[in-house]
Design a protein around this ligand. Sequence first.
Ligand code: ZN
Length: 261
Amino acid sequence: MSAALHAGRSAPWRALADELARWREGGRVAEFWWRDDDAARPDPALKRLLALAQGTGTPLALAVVPMQAEEEAFEGIGPGVSIIQHGIDHGNRAGAGEKKTEFPAGESPRAAAARLTAGRERLAAWAQDRFVPVLAPPWNRLPEAFIPQLAPAGFRGLSRFGVRAAAQPAPGIRQVNTHVDLVAWHAGRGFVGEDAALAAAVGHLAAKREGRADAGEPTGWLSHHAVHEEAAWTFLERLFETLRAEPGLRWMGVRELFHSQ
Ligand SMILES: [Zn+2]
């Protein structure tokens, strides 16, 4: 049991410490990763995000919207930050009866692939070797029929939300999802709160440990810097600081997560 996580901590933090202790007792390493969505402009929130990643030494997958992005947003990005692609223009193209999506089921996969390629080329030109061709679709939605089009369009990874159904959903595509959303989208878009965030992480770790979820999928934390209130920033700072003191876990970077197959 870790003194660092237990000292003066509330029940949700203790639950995380206890779960991590179970991983250690089983001789296993708990793996985490961090994705942040909707980057486009070099505004104060993005600067704060990048400073947090750099200051805590936490690898960050920064999901950038290609057609909204400004070149200045890529300046001063630290070595631990990788750029991935967040859709193309983040426009909602949902058809009747569909939830918000940039990729409606009615669009032909080839047309979507052409749009994706244009976005990928724009990002790659600016981000250069920081860019890793992974698609994080807006609203975490992409029709299954589109996935086989990703590798021919130059992608090697896909990241959505929730326990993945497959590590390789199509030839040449590795899928690593996020599992802990820090924003309460349907309740005012504020911070979900420490209890909910930590419970989601503990729930995913326990599911993996007990064989109810793909044990090879690192637990992904999903943030949205543009809408973070102070409580969300404070939580992330505390999370990184607390976990840094924990043995037997590690944060994974994008290149390792989405290694070529
Ligand atoms: Zn988004």
